[in-house]
Design a protein around this ligand. Sequence first.
Ligand code: FE2
Ligand code: FE2
Length: 274
Amino acid sequence: MSSLTVRKLNVDLSRGFARHWLDGDVYRTAFMNALSMSFPLGEQMFIDSVRAAPPEAILDPGLRAEVKDFVGQEASHRFVHQQYNAELARQGFDYTMEPAIRVRVERIRKLPVRDRLAITCALEHYTAMLADYVLRNPDFLDGAEPRLRTLWTWHAAEETEHKAVAFDVYRAAGGGYWKRALWYLHVSLVFWWDTSLQTAHNLRRDRALGRRSTWASAARTWFGRKGLAWHLLKPGLDYLSPRFHPWQHDNRALLRMWLEHNDDAYRPIGSTSI
Ligand SMILES: [Fe+2]
Ligand SMILES: [Fe+2]
């Protein structure tokens, strides 16, 4: 099992950042900004779901401690992305999908706890796959504003570190295969629909939706040599195996490497040794 550390990120976003902070690439910036916009609501939902698990289901003290640190990590991600999103709002980018997503989150809150956990596991699998991509392909963020590169890779490192926590809680709470698989299929459609629409809204705000260069970058990002689509394909399907567990794909080396090379970027504020 992993051991988690809650870290405070040494990044100050109060002086803002450039509108096209990812190497001037309008599409990639819009896509990453759309993800950032979705995090405060999404991560609060993850926190609420794992906290809703009945304490008598989580008998393992190690898992109980990891849940506490999972909450700590997601709460600090929310805090940092709220600052990030405040700057986007200052730049004139609205979180257009927010009302629809608030309704969805409210509906999820009323579901039985295993369904809430299955939805959290599915979204955590997506964040883990995207995190693996960002850590494995540092050139994806080449030319990015350094503070945002640090922010995104820190988030990716911690998503990697805690990628199995919601999954282990789901199983400890008696969650089975079919519920997990069916919610994953549903979440896959909704997550990419919401993210794509918000990306399109961000591009429209920049009057870049119809530009050829926007779509060339989108095609490269998704279907180029190191495209996201190819990266997501196998682990995306692996989740549908009844024997799937997030640590079957052991990428702790990427996490260790980030921690070693970025020890001035964060301050550990808590840890749970297992
Ligand atoms: Fe997170
Ligand atoms: Fe997470």
